[in-house]
Design a binder for this molecule. Structure first.
Ligand code: PMP
Length: 417
């Protein structure tokens, strides 16, 4: 008899029968409020009628043509639609299937365009699970232990994790930028550095917004030394933070932007965007792949962009995100073991600290599991696993946020007492 590999770590025992909007209906007959959205993917909610219609229509027209063999209309349309939401300098695009592939593609592009080897990443960053993406990931040793050698040319600098360091945000930014300069003086010459790779909000690494001043500091150093700034918007992008792109808060212009997850509401597609001039420095044929830019996924992505605009979902993410953050703060005030609540928009993390001999990681895992029992799906994150993250769909309603808060509060009470 075959079974699923024990190599997988299952966050919940739920088997989904069907799903709509913010809800998952389990084969156990229960309804779950889904604050995981397939790890930040089903941006327009489960099975949004317009996304479903676009995908169904496309399935009957052409499923796969391979866009470097035969171009197809949905992808040309998607290039056009993305032009309406991307920073204007990022006017050249290509596509892959997943976040990891897009990260690898961006790194290859940065190395080819600059002729330099090193990529500087920031502690706690998550960039994927393929060998190169895992080499760039510092959100937990579980993502890279046991299959060395990893890709070379990766240097890690501290992330301004103010809460962990017991510093103000300004102090943490100052510390992290000084350490970056020290890294440049001590270990990796800026002239040998192709790119900085950073998430606008650390995702799997703990749901930590990257301070605006830190991104601005990276931009300054990038300009000074001819280093490219790559923003990994795979989790924080596409409206999730209450702005279309997570880096917008800081006002910086990235050189390369990577997007995936929320881009197509659940269909596998990712995109890499950069100025044409930068893209032209890599040779034609240096990127590609069999399935990248699939026609059905591209049609679903076009519908996703339309729905986000028509239903004002970026604004909804901001307003509902504030509601969620305020409710979580109220819960946190009641419990010493909740040491921090933070996030941007519909990307909120609740950090747990040690109590009763239990570590923050044990507490967060217990709370995450208890939420399932309460009818709310959540996930943990952070290298120590001590953060519960809530990632509702961008279509989430005020009532659903209130219900989610009620269920989250009940789960904490169940675990902590
Ligand atoms: N970058 C970020 C910021 C992510 O959150 C993820 C996925 N969690 C990835 C890259 C990798 O994406 P994928 O799982 O689609 O390969």
């Amino acid at each position: 008899m075959t079974s699923l590999s024990p190599i997988l770590k299952q966050a919940t025992p739920v088997v989904v029968d069907r799903a709509e909007g913010s809800w998952i209906h389990g084969t156990d007959g229960r309804d779950y409020l889904d604050f995981t959205t397939g790890i930040g993917v089903t941006s327009t909610g489960h099975c949004h009628p317009k996304v479903v219609a676009a995908a169904q229509q496309q399935v009957g027209q052409v499923i796969h043509a391979q866009y470097t063999t035969v171009m197809h209309k949905p992808l040309l349309e998607l290039v056009d639609r993305l032009g309406g939401v991307l920073p204007s300098q990022l006017d050249s695009l290509f596509f892959a299937n997943s976040g990891s592939e897009a990260v690898e593609a961006a790194v290859r592009l940065a190395r080819m365009a600059t002729g330099k080897p090193n990529i500087v990443v920031f502690q706690g960053g998550f960039h994927g699970r393929t060998v190169a993406a895992a080499s760039l990931t510092t959100a937990g040793t579980r993502f890279s232990a046991g299959f060395s050698p990893l890709m070379g040319g990766v240097q890690m600098a501290p992330f301004p994790y103010a809460h962990r360091y017991g510093m103000s945000e300004a102090e943490a930014v100052d510390f992290a930028l000084r350490e970056l300069d020290y890294l440049f003086a001590s270990r990796v010459a800026p002239n040998d550095t192709a790119a900085f790779l950073i998430e606008p909000v650390l995702g799997d690494g703990g749901y930590l917004p990257t301070p605006d001043a830190f991104l601005q500091g990276l931009r300054e150093r990038a300009d000074k030394h001819g280093i490219l700034l790559i923003v990994d918007e795979v989790q924080a992008g596409f409206g999730r933070t209450g702005r279309f792109w997570g880096h917008e808060f800081s006002g910086i212009d990235p050189d390369i932007l990577i997007t995936a997850k929320g881009l197509a509401s659940g269909f596998p597609i990712s995109a890499i965007a950069a100025p044409t001039e930068l893209m032209s420095k890599a040779w034609p044929g240096s990127q590609g792949g069999t399935y990248g830019g699939n026609a059905v996924a591209a049609a679903a992505a076009c519908a996703t962009i339309d729905v986000i605009a028509e239903e004002n979902l970026v604004e909804n993410a901001r307003v509902r995100g504030d509601q969620l953050a305020e409710g979580l703060q109220r819960i946190a005030e009641k419990y010493q073991v909740i040491t921090d609540v933070r996030g941007r928009g519909l990307m909120q993390g609740i950090e747990f600290g040690d109590a009763d001999g239990r570590t923050g990681g044990q507490l967060a895992t217990a709370v995450q599991q208890a939420t399932t029992g309460q009818g709310l799906l959540s996930l943990t994150c952070g290298p120590l696993g001590n953060v519960v993250r809530l990632i509702p769909a961008l279509v989430v309603s005020a009532d659903e946020i209130d219900l989610g808060l009620e269920r989250f509060g009940a789960a904490v009470a169940e675990v902590v007492g």
